[in-house]
Design a protein around this ligand. Structure first.
Ligand code: PEP
Ligand code: MN
Length: 336
C-alpha cells in the first residue's frame, strides 16, 4: 500500500467578494491537510454576458488569504500580463487553465514570461487542455518546466473533457511523467456537485496525489459553475471518509478498468441511439408488411462490418459475435 500526504487545492471557482474569499479560505484551512487556496479572478467564460471574474481587484483578497491563513493562494493566468500582476501581488502560485492549455503559443508566452520574471512562483499547476490530447498536456508541462528553477513545484491537474473524465489521457500523462504529481479536479470533470465525492474516492484508489475541488460558502448563489461547487462542510465530510483509503502499489488494472467503464458508458449511449433508430425502422416495416428479419440487409451489414474489423486488426470471429448480438437484439425489439 502507498500512503502519501495528499495535496488539496480548494476554493471557489471565482473570487466574488472579499468576504466570500476569506470565509472560504478560513474554512478550508481548518482541514489540517496540505492545502492550497484557489480562486479565479480572470475567468475564461464561454459567453461574454456572464460573470468574467473580478479582475485585479481580487488580488489583494488573495494576498489577505495568505497572510491571514498561511495557505498559498493561487489563481489562473492566461497571459503574461496576468502572470506579472499575480506575481507582483505576491501570490505564491498560479495555474494554467484548460482553455489556455489548448493553445501551445499562449502557453509558451506564459513560459517565456515565467523565465524572465524576477520572482518565481512556488508552485505552478497545469490543467489538461479542453480537448483530449495527452501529448499537448505533456508538451505544455515541459514548456513550463523548462522555464522554471527546480525549486518551483510543478503539478498536473486532470479536469477531463466535456464532462467526461478521459481516464486514458490521465493515464498517458502518469506514464509519461511519473514524477509530476497529478491531482484530480472532480468539479470540472463532472460539472455536478453530487458526483464530487465518488470521483474523489476513485482518485484516491488510483493513486492520485490529491485533488483540486471547487468550494463555495453558498454554491447555489455562485456567479460561475454553481452546479458543481460544494460547501466547506461537504468537503470536510468527503475527506473524513477517506482517511483510511490508500492506493495499492500496482494500480494498472484499476486504471485500465476506469478506461473500460468510460468506453462502455459511451458504447451504451451509442447503443441506445441505435435501438431508437431500430424502433423507427420496426414501425416502417410493420406499416409496409415487411418481416423484421431481412436476410439481404443482414448479409450486406455483416460484409461491411467485417471489412471495418479487418481494417482495425479485429479477428473475424469477434466481429461476427458482436454484430450477431446487436442484430439479434434489434430484430427482437422489432418483433415486440
Ligand atoms: C477553473 O478551475 O475554474 C477553470 C476555469 O477550470 P478549467 O480551466 O479546467 O475549465
Ligand atoms: Mn470553475
Amino acid at each position: 500500500m502507498i500512503t502519501k500526504q495528499p495535496i488539496l487545492v480548494a476554493g471557489p471557482c471565482a473570487a466574488e467578494t472579499r468576504e466570500q474569499v476569506l470565509a472560504t479560505a478560513h474554512a478550508v484551512s481548518a482541514l489540517r491537510m496540505r492545502t492550497l487556496f484557489r480562486a479565479g479572478i480572470w475567468k475564461p467564460r464561454t459567453s461574454p454576458d456572464t460573470f468574467q471574474g473580478i479582475g485585479s481587484e481580487g488580488l489583494p483578497w488573495l494576498h489577505a488569504v495568505q497572510t491571514e491563513t498561511g495557505l498559498p493562494a493561487i489563481t489562473e493566468v492566461a497571459t503574461p500580463d496576468q502572470l506579472h500582476e499575480a506575481l507582483d501581488a505576491g501570490l505564491r502560485g498560479i495555474w494554467i487553465g484548460a482553455r489556455t492549455g489548448a493553445d501551445p503559443i499562449a502557453v509558451q508566452h506564459i513560459a517565456d514570461a515565467l523565465k524572465q520574471a524576477p520572482t518565481k512562483p512556488e508552485v505552478v499547476l497545469v490543467k489538461n487542455p479542453v480537448n483530449e490530447d495527452a501529448e499537448l498536456w505533456i508538451g505544455n508541462i515541459r514548456r513550463i518546466q523548462s522555464a522554471l528553477p527546480t525549486q518551483t513545484e510543478l503539478i498536473a491537474v486532470h479536469r477531463g473533457c466535456n464532462h467526461h473524465p478521459c481516464w486514458r489521457m490521465a493515464y498517458a500523462l502518469r506514464q509519461a511523467l511519473p514524477d509530476i504529481p497529478m491531482l484530480l479536479d472532480p468539479s470540472h470533470i463532472s460539472g455536478d456537485a453530487a458526483k464530487v465525492a465518488t470521483l474523489v474516492t476513485k482518485a484516491a484508489a488510483l493513486g492520485y496525489d490529491g485533488w483540486m475541488i471547487e468550494v463555495h460558502p453558498t454554491p447555489t448563489q455562485a456567479l460561475s459553475d454553481s452546479r458543481q461547487q460544494i460547501t466547506p462542510e461537504q468537503l470536510a465530510h468527503i475527506l473524513t471518509g477517506l482517511q483510511d483509503l490508500t492506493a495499492p502499489e500496482d494500480t494498472t488494472i484499476l486504471w485500465l478498468r476506469a478506461q473500460i467503464d468510460e468506453v462502455d458508458e459511451r458504447l451504451w449511449s451509442t447503443l441506445v441511439e441505435r435501438l431508437d433508430i431500430v424502433r423507427r425502422i420496426g414501425e416502417y416495416k410493420q406499416e409496409n408488411g415487411l418481416d423484421p428479419y431481412q436476410p439481404e440487409r443482414y448479409h450486406a451489414m455483416m460484409a461491411e462490418r467485417l471489412e471495418w474489423g479487418k481494417q482495425n486488426g479485429l479477428p473475424e470471429e469477434t466481429v461476427r459475435l458482436i454484430l450477431n448480438a446487436v442484430h439479434e437484439a434489434s430484430v427482437q425489439l422489432q418483433r415486440h
